[in-house]
Structure formats: structure tokens, C-alpha cells
Write a protein of this length. Structure first.
Lengths: 496, 240
């Protein structure tokens, strides 16, 4: 057993209002620079939709992630052989057109225009060439199903739905959507790290944050191809790749990452998960229908004395173990089984989990109008507006059972709470669903509390970074005891 | 006089600059060591430029290196005329491939407005350098054939003489103009490596071939904590 700790996240999709505040917080802090304008380390896309960059989930185009090869796995579009062979021209790399050409407006013109017959306007100009352009795409061009013929219908996740199912999904009266906020998953088996020929990308041992060493990156661009989530971006100006760094300077000082701190819907949770690093390869190479289950199995119970002992022996700090015990992520993912990884079939073992959206699946249409009577509104998940298969393609590698169980649990909590606050449902209409998912009232209340009424400190349980101890890897602090202050470390010996 | 400048002064200056400059740039300006790929801004035409150019140049580089390092083997190979012809034709093929790629790259860069945003003066210089080098090389191959044979007997001794600090200009002085240009421009090229994007070929990621796929770095690792230099009587001094 090789127990390590990982900072993991849960996004509760029912709570996301699609306001993009998270994206803006991130942009203002990290990517408001030349060459990074087009990067959205945090982006929010509308589903169904093609996402950002366009069709990122379609690995037939981008060849991201890992694929199963015999008993093990290999990188789909990168790796030692393919990577070094394709270095001079990488055939599967998304280019500017797959994102968008960043632009600004010529605001000065409004003030400086010569007097004339027409009102001066602020024309859009490219942030790359400075020339006037007509913007034709943007990071959330299809927000709220805008242009759904072009975007929602081309959603990769709807590809294996039957023609009838697809047709039904896109009927105007029935259409439903939800938001999908995405950041780097800080994966356990990161494809970006494995694909980087320079070894510039690494996973931090203590907290599992995946970072790119800007001094070692040589613009070989393999991470951009390899990351199946397209969360490694190439800075065209500096010639270096960049990615979400989970606001590690904030996390190290006990603050939540900016996107999470600013989240208006309070959908985001962050905490520690303990996992067994010895199992990574076996889990990442298992059969597709076992992926979710095996992936969730790799995380260990932080209250188990054996786990605590092994974690301590492995150098995991006590404060980190305590954080793991209080982790909201552990509750959502392991204890309650409500959160699932996005596209587990990419086999990177992502550490960002989603509570799938219940709302779009709830209401359904009968005889051309919404069925709003309580028994059917609260009723059959199987008859939902959004095909279960679609959600399964997103969150459980196509396994509809897994998604259904989660949604049923969410539904049971709602029924229970309605019973508590309104009390208008017959007893067996509440108890039936509760029993079906084997949930007791206390659990349902706990889920409700952490979902709807969590305080800041419930949502973010951030372990101390113990950077002070990091020093000890570079030198023995005993050797420099009695040293003077800042800036250099030299024994205080008198000069000759 | 000129000969001394071009064939003694220049080579030594270039090699010194290469050594000092690259080490300095790598360690002090690490952020600036990059291949500066522009595929992100234009990905389609790059294919027709970058691939033929790089594969061509790589073959030629190793060809020259072989003739310099193991001239005897090359001479032995060349004994059979057919083998000599095969070698010459292949080399010329790669030279044309490099030239074609380079021309594609140049036209791509000038045609494409977006690429202007990432083009520096040094990039223009790099193009001129490469054109001179490849064209003069093809000129040599065309008008002074069987280079693989005479390289080993004339240029190798000259280059050896440089490395043994007994520079022998006489050999170079007798060479045709084409060869002289090719050699001079090669040394200018070498000297400019630290100041241009050429630096990227010094950081080719060989280490990738043998390293583990996953890289994990610890800020704090119990097993790696240093022990005190002031160890007394085998007692391990603790850090805190
Ligand atoms: S999401 Fe992509 S960039 Fe982030 S760790 Fe995973 S593979 Fe790497
Ligand atoms: S800030 Fe929160 S609620 Fe708003 S879009 Fe981002 S994740 Fe959704």
C-alpha cells in the first residue's frame, strides 16, 4: 500500500446557474495576459453542446487520453513513440480555430474619432494580429443552447442514442439542458504528464496538484493532445503550455481556489481523499464497465485505523488525515455515492466529481404539455426528458444503472425533505424510494444540509500545506541554526 | 589573413560562444528555452514545411557527424561505386527535402498574418542562415560530387586539427568557394545557437525514452530528508 493524499473536488450540477463567475474569477487572476487570452482554465459549457474547445470529447478527432491495450493501457495520441515521431507536426492537436480568435474592441475610437456624420463605433479587433475581425466563435458561443442545430445536435455524447431518442431530445417543447463547469481534474493517472517529452509536467506528491514547470516546457505540445479534457493550453506568445494550477498559492495558504471561492451557486466542494497509489495502473486498465466502481474503490476510508497507520508511515501529515476525515468530497463520493467522474472512459482517473443533474430529468412531457401532478413530477426517473443514456455517456462510461442509482438517491432526499417541510406526500410515496436506495432519514438530512445549507468551511476543507517542512528536503535545518535572516543561507562564520 | 579569420578565428569564437552562451541561457534564462512552435496559430501548412525540413536536416546532421567521427567507415563504404552513388543520392534527396520544407515554412510565415505576431528579427536571421547553409550544401554536392569520399580525406583532418588546437588553414584555403561558404556559414550557425530558436535542438528530450511515464515530485518526503552535516557519535540530528 502506498497511501497518498489528493485534493479532490465535487461540483453539484443541480446548483450551477451558468453565471460564468468562476470563469471570470480565474481569468482575472491567471489568464488575462498576452498569449493566454483564449485560455479558459475554468470554463462552463451548456450540455448538450459541443463544449470548449469544440468537440473536445471526440477522441476520434483529438486522440486524447488512454486506451486499453491488452492487459494495460497506452496513450492514444502521444507517448514515447508517437510523441517523438510527431514532434515536428502534431496531427491531433487542436489549433486556434478549434478554440476561437480572441478579440477586444477599439474603445478609444469612441473618443478619438474625427467628427463625422456617423456615430463612431468600437470595432472588434483580433488580440493576435490587431486587425479588425468578425468574431465567429467564443468559449461559450452555444450558451443556453444558442444555435442548437450547430452545437447541441453535434454533441458527441448523443452519438450512440437511437435516431428516435435524438429526435425526442431536440424537440423544442422537450428540450432541456444543464451546465457543465470544467477545470483540470488533477488526475491520478494524468495523460498530460505521461505525454510530456521534456518531463516538465508533474504531479505534486503531497496534494496531487498537477503543474507545468514553465522553465522546462519546450513547446513540444504533446500535453495539449494527450489531455482528453483539453485542459492544457498552449500559450502562443511565450511558447509554453499552461494549465489550471488549482490556485495552489491560495490552497497552500488555506484559501479555496478562486473559481470555487467566487462560485455564486455554491456548487463547489473541495477536500482531501486518501488513495492507494499502487493500484493506479490496475484500476486505469480495467474493463470499461468496471471503471467507475474500481476508480471509486481506489479511495480509502480515512477513519479506518489501518489506513491511518499506513498513511502516517508514508509521510502523510496528521493534519491532512484530519482533513480527509472531514472532507466533503469523501462524503459525496464515497459515503453517499452521489458524485461521479466525468468521462471515466478516458482512463486518467480524474479527481473532479460531479453530482449529476436531476432537474432536467425530472419533468416529462405527456400529450404535448408538462406533466406537473405531483406523483409524476416526482415520479419515474426512467421516463425523464433527458435520456438516461446521455447522462451515462457523460458520467459513467455508458453504464445507465450507475447514473440511475445516483438520481434515485437524489430524488429520495427531495421526497424526504418535502415530507419534512410540507408534509403533503403519502407515507409510502416517500418511504418507497428511500428504501429502494437504502437511505435512512439522518443520511438524507445530512445530504440536504451539505447540499443546500453548507457554510464556507463545510464546502472547503483544506489541509495545511506544511511548506515549512519542505525545507528539510533541501538541507538539514539543524545545520543552519543560528543563521541570519533572509535571502541567503550561509553559516554565520566570521570572514578572513 | 582572411583565411585565418574565417577558418581559425571564427570556428573558435563560434564554439566558445556556443558553449558559454548555451550554458548561460539554459541555466539563467531557462524560461526562454523553447522550440517556439507556431502550430497553434497555423496547423495545416506547417505539416508540409516542418516535417520534410526536420527529417531532412536530421539525416544530414548525422551524415556529417558520421563522416567526421568515423571517416574510415565511410571510405570503406564508398569503395563500391554503387554504394557511393546510393549514399550521395540519398543525401541529396534529404537536402532537397530540407530545402523544400524550409521554403514552405518561409512562405507560410510571410503569408500568414497571425504568424507575424510571433516572428522576431532573429527568426528572419534564422531563415537566411538556413537558406545559405542548405543552398551552399546542395551547390557543393552538385558541383563537387562524391563529397562523402573527399570529406573524409580533407575536411575531417581540418576539423580534427581544430579540435586538437593545431588549426591547419592550408586545407581550407585550397577548397572551392562553395565549400568555403558552407563551412563559414556552418560556424556562424553554431555561434548563433544560443541567441536563436536553434537552441531547441540542444534540449531534444532523450530522457523521455527511458523515464517513467508518470512524474511525481515531493516537496516533503520523509525518506529524502537530509541528515545534519554535524552528526555526532552516530546520533542522527533531527531537523526540528
Ligand atoms: S485533466 Fe488533463 S491536464 Fe488535468 S491532470 Fe488530467 S490529463 Fe492532465
Ligand atoms: S460560478 Fe458556480 S454557479 Fe456560476 S457558472 Fe461557475 S460553477 Fe456555475
Amino acid at each position: 500500500m502506498d497511501i497518498r493524499s489528493q485534493i479532490a473536488m465535487v461540483f453539484h450540477l443541480d446548483k450551477c446557474i451558468g453565471c460564468h463567475t468562476c470563469s471570470i474569477a480565474c481569468k482575472n487572476i491567471w489568464t488575462d495576459r498576452k498569449g493566454a487570452e483564449y485560455m479558459w482554465w475554468n470554463n462552463v459549457e451548456t450540455k448538450p453542446g459541443t463544449g470548449y474547445p469544440s468537440k473536445w470529447e471526440d477522441q476520434d478527432i483529438y486522440k486524447g487520453g488512454w486506451e486499453k491495450k491488452g492487459k494495460t493501457i497506452r496513450l492514444k495520441g502521444a507517448g514515447k513513440f508517437k510523441g517523438l515521431k510527431n514532434m515536428f507536426h502534431n496531427p491531433n492537436m487542436p489549433v486556434l480555430e478549434d478554440y476561437y480568435e480572441p478579440w477586444t474592441y477599439q474603445y478609444e475610437h469612441l473618443f478619438e474619432a474625427e467628427e463625422g456624420d456617423d456615430q463612431p463605433v468600437a470595432r472588434p479587433v483580433s488580440l493576435i494580429t490587431g486587425e479588425p475581425i468578425t468574431p465567429k466563435a467564443g468559449p461559450n458561443w452555444d450558451d443556453d443552447l444558442g444555435g442548437s442545430q450547430e452545437y447541441a445536435r453535434k454533441d458527441v455524447n448523443a452519438r450512440n442514442l437511437s435516431a428516435a431518442e435524438q429526435e425526442a431530445m431536440f424537440q423544442l417543447e422537450r428540450m432541456s439542458f444543464h451546465y457543465l463547469p470544467r477545470i483540470c481534474n488533477h488526475c491520478l493517472n494524468p495523460a498530460c504528464v505521461a505525454a510530456c517529452p521534456s518531463g516538465a509536467i508533474y504531479k505534486r506528491g503531497e496534494d496531487g496538484i498537477v503543474l507545468i514547470n514553465q522553465k522546462k516546457c519546450r513547446a513540444w505540445r504533446m500535453c495539449v493532445t494527450a489531455c482528453p479534457y483539453k485542459k492544457s493550453y498552449f500559450n502562443w506568445n511565450t511558447g509554453k503550455s499552461e494549465k489550471c494550477l488549482l490556485c495552489y498559492p491560495r490552497v497552500e495558504s488555506g484559501q479555496a481556489p478562486a473559481c470555487m471561492h467566487s462560485c455564486v451557486g455554491r456548487i463547489r466542494y473541495l477536500g482531501v481523499l486518501l488513495y492507494d497509489a499502487d493500484k493506479i495502473e490496475a484500476v486505469a486498465s480495467c474493463a470499461e464497465h468496471d471503471l467507475v466502481e474500481k476508480h471509486l474503490d481506489i479511495y480509502l476510508d480515512p477513519n479506518d485505523p489501518a489506513v491511518i497507520k499506513a498513511a502516517r508511515a508514508n509521510g502523510v501529515a496528521d493534519s491532512t488525515i484530519t482533513s480527509a476525515q472531514n472532507s466533503p468530497v469523501y462524503k459525496f463520493v464515497k459515503k453517499w455515492g452521489l458524485a461521479l467522474p466525468l468521462h471515466p472512459e478516458f482512463r486518467t482517473l480524474p479527481n473532479l466529481f460531479y453530482v449529476p443533474p436531476l432537474l432536467p430529468t425530472m419533468a416529462f412531457v405527456e400529450n404535448g404539455s408538462y406533466e406537473t401532478t405531483s406523483e409524476s413530477f416526482w415520479g419515474a426517473i426512467e421516463k425523464s426528458r433527458l435520456p438516461m443514456k446521455y447522462l451515462a455517456n457523460l458520467f459513467s462510461a455508458g453504464n445507465e444503472k450507475t447514473i440511475e442509482t445516483v438520481l434515485k438517491k437524489l430524488m429520495a432526499v427531495r421526497l424526504h425533505r418535502r415530507n419534512v417541510t410540507v408534509g403533503d406526500l403519502p407515507e409510502d410515496e416517500v418511504n418507497g424510494p428511500m428504501n429502494e436506495v437504502m437511505m435512512d432519514k439522518d443520511t438524507a438530512d445530512a445530504i440536504f444540509r451539505l447540499t443546500s445549507l453548507p457554510l464556507f468551511d463545510d464546502r472547503f476543507v483544506i489541509p495545511a500545506a506544511h511548506r515549512e517542512e519542505a525545507m528539510e528536503m533541501l538541507e538539514s535545518t539543524a545545520d543552519v541554526k543560528g543563521n541570519t535572516g533572509f535571502g541567503f543561507k550561509e553559516p554565520p562564520k566570521r570572514g578572513l | 589573413m582572411f583565411n585565418n579569420f574565417f577558418f581559425i578565428g571564427l570556428p573558435y569564437a563560434a564554439l566558445t560562444v556556443l558553449l558559454v552562451g548555451s550554458v548561460f541561457r539554459y541555466y539563467r534564462l531557462g524560461f526562454k528555452v523553447s522550440s517556439l512552435s507556431s502550430q497553434f496559430l497555423e496547423g495545416r501548412e506547417l505539416f508540409y514545411g516542418s516535417r520534410p525540413f526536420h527529417w531532412g536536416v536530421i539525416f544530414l546532421f548525422f551524415g556529417h557527424a558520421t563522416a567526421f567521427l568515423i571517416p574510415r567507415a565511410v571510405i570503406l563504404w564508398d569503395r563500391v561505386p554503387l554504394r557511393l552513388i546510393i549514399l550521395e543520392v540519398t543525401a541529396l534527396g534529404f537536402a532537397f527535402s530540407a530545402l523544400f520544407g524550409l521554403l514552405m515554412l518561409i512562405q507560410r510565415r510571410f503569408k500568414n498574418k497571425r504568424l507575424w505576431a510571433v516572428t522576431t528579427k532573429m527568426d528572419v536571421f534564422v531563415y537566411i542562415m538556413l537558406l545559405t547553409q542548405i543552398i551552399s550544401g546542395i551547390w557543393v554536392a552538385w558541383f563537387a560530387h562524391w563529397g562523402s569520399a573527399w570529406f573524409a580525406t580533407s575536411l575531417t583532418p581540418y576539423l580534427r586539427s581544430l579540435f586538437t588546437f593545431t588549426p591547419d588553414v592550408a586545407i581550407m584555403a585550397q577548397m572551392p568557394l562553395s565549400v568555403q561558404i558552407h563551412v563559414v556559414s556552418a560556424f556562424v550557425f553554431i555561434g548563433m545557437i544560443p541567441f536563436t530558436r536553434f537552441i531547441h535542438f540542444l534540449v531534444y528530450p532523450f530522457a523521455y525514452i527511458t523515464r517513467n511515464y508518470q512524474v511525481v515530485i515531493w516537496n516533503w518526503d520523509r525518506k529524502k530528508i537530509r541528515t545534519s552535516g554535524k552528526l555526532v557519535n552516530g546520533v542522527r540530528s533531527k531537523n526540528n
